[in-house]
Design a protein around this ligand. Structure first.
Ligand SMILES: Nc1nc2c(c(=O)[nH]1)N[C@H]1C(S)=C(S)[C@@H](COP(=O)(O)O)O[C@H]1N2
Ligand SMILES: [Mo]
Length: 425
């Protein structure tokens, strides 16, 4: 949606500014000045968001959208903040500059921060960070993942709008804060039982009047809502500003877009929000659709569902695609996860294009919403190999062998069997 428009405006403006400024200053053609390099050199992640690793893959500099290279994602139990992917919907420069840092909010911001709770409650309430600090806290490890993670793999079938994420639009994080349920039980809801939805909004605003704000609604009855947290800490520290500090709504098992950063408003409602980001975008069609026959414009409340819970997924962390490993005993490993409501029962690998599958050892000690680390040692002869990985949960949900079968016009929900080619020598 907006992403592409901003990208276009950004580039055009940039080229114009770069061109005229260069010419006016008499720099073009001057010794040591390389106008081509100026137009091509994109700022690295650390220049866009203070505290990010320069090695992040930048998808949209204006919006600060960036993903983690896969080789940096492995090797951590929880993802360090300097390499955690980022997705923001509005520019992180100009008026949005306050977002562009991994530093936590300053004292004054924290002291003045309020969350308005309104809608179908007897008395609307205003909650401060200090109120949340005084309540009982819980900790939960959970995957954060953009619903567009893996989108670029769909492009083998047909291009979609949105950033070309590989697998790095995700991380595994420890969140700490107040259970949403303890807050809700402390509220006096209106006597009728029509309160079915919770709607959340954050401090960020669309830069253009009438632009789509990031507002989301949740079914209060969904199991993940029981485990939701008004989070104040990420990986044991105050939440970095770019990741939603001082307060972020964490719904574990739900796609990133449902985890509202910079939480300022909670509303109890009997209908979901009419916001475009809820009703038009971030939706999965109920049935298989084909490119050209169905576009994002065709998505309605009747024929599609918002991207709530994660589809079951697994990814190989080692070996990585194109890598050469020593022939003989080779350790295959990676992570798997689902939406947390059914146990993730097994992760299997295949070295013969799906003819036979081998069980891997799965570690789920960080709880149902966290990455489940899996591993398997296999004997491999020298030569080229392809490994497939597939997770299955207690409800029998699994990954499609052909990931393209879930192609959809928004490019959401990629969860095809991961196929990785590597060499043994
Ligand atoms: N207020 C607000 N919350 C937001 C967003 C946003 O733009 N504004 N983006 C959402 C999307 S689409 C994703 S994928 C996650 C990204 O979280 P991260 O940047 O902390 O990794 O935040 C979500 N929460
Ligand atoms: Mo996202």
């Amino acid at each position: 949606m907006e992403t592409r428009d901003y990208a276009r405006i950004d580039r055009r403006t940039f080229l114009k500014v770069a061109g005229t400024a260069g010419a006016a200053a008499g720099l073009v053609g001057a010794p040591g000045f390389a106008p081509l390099a100026l137009a091509q050199d994109k700022p690295t992640a650390d220049a866009i968001i203070h505290g990010k690793s320069a090695k992040m893959i930048v998808h949209n500099g204006k919006l600060g959208v960036m993903e983690t290279p896969l080789d940096m994602l492995r090797g951590h139990r929880t993802t360090p903040m300097d390499i955690l992917y980022n997705r923001t919907h509005f520019p992180v420069d100009g008026d949005g500059k306050w977002m562009a840092t991994t530093e936590p909010a300053d004292r004054e911001t924290v002291q003045n921060w309020t969350i308005q709770v309104s809608g179908l409650v007897q008395r609307p309430k205003s909650i401060k960070v200090s109120d949340l600090e005084q309540m009982d806290h819980v900790k939960r490890v959970a995957v954060m993942q953009c619903a567009g993670n893996g989108r670029s793999y769909y492009w083998a079938k047909a291009k979609t709008p949105g950033s070309g994420w590989k697998h790095g639009g995700m991380g595994n994080l420890e969140w700490e804060g107040v259970p949403l349920k303890s807050l809700l039980t402390s509220l006096e809801l209106s006597p009728d039982d029509s309160v079915k939805f919770l709607t959340a909004n954050g401090k960020d605003q669309p830069p253009v009047k009438g632009g789509a704000d990031v507002i989301k609604s949740y079914h209060l009855a969904a199991p993940q809502l029981d485990d939701a947290i008004l989070a104040l800490r990420m990986n044991g520290k105050p939440i970095p500003t770019i990741h939603g500090g001082p307060v972020r709504l964490i719904i574990p098992g739900y796609y990133g877009n449902m985890n509202i950063k910079w939480l300022t408003d909670l509303q109890l409602m009997n209908e979901p929000t009419p916001s475009a980001i809820m009703q038009k975008t971030y939706r999965m069609p109920h049935s298989q659709v084909e490119p050209g026959e169905f576009t994002t414009q065709d998505l309605t409340r009747e024929n599609s569902t918002p991207t709530y819970g994660f589809a079951i997924m697994s990814v190989l962390f080692a070996p990585l695609a194109g890598q050469t490993v020593k022939a003989g005993e080779v350790e295959l490993k990676g992570v798997a996860w689902n939406d947390g409501v059914a146990a993730l029962e097994e992760v299997r690998i295949s070295l013969d294009q799906g003819k036979t599958w081998l069980q891997t050892e799965v570690d789920s000690s960080d709880g149902p919403y966290a990455w489940h680390h899996w591993q398997k040692s296999v004997k491999l002869e020298a030569g080229s190999h392809e490994v497939w990985v597939r997770a299955t949960d207690a409800w029998g949900r699994s990954q499609p062998l052909d990931g393209l079968s879930t192609w959809n016009p928004g490019g959401w929900d990629w969860h095809g069997v991961d196929r990785v080619r590597f060499e043994a020598a």
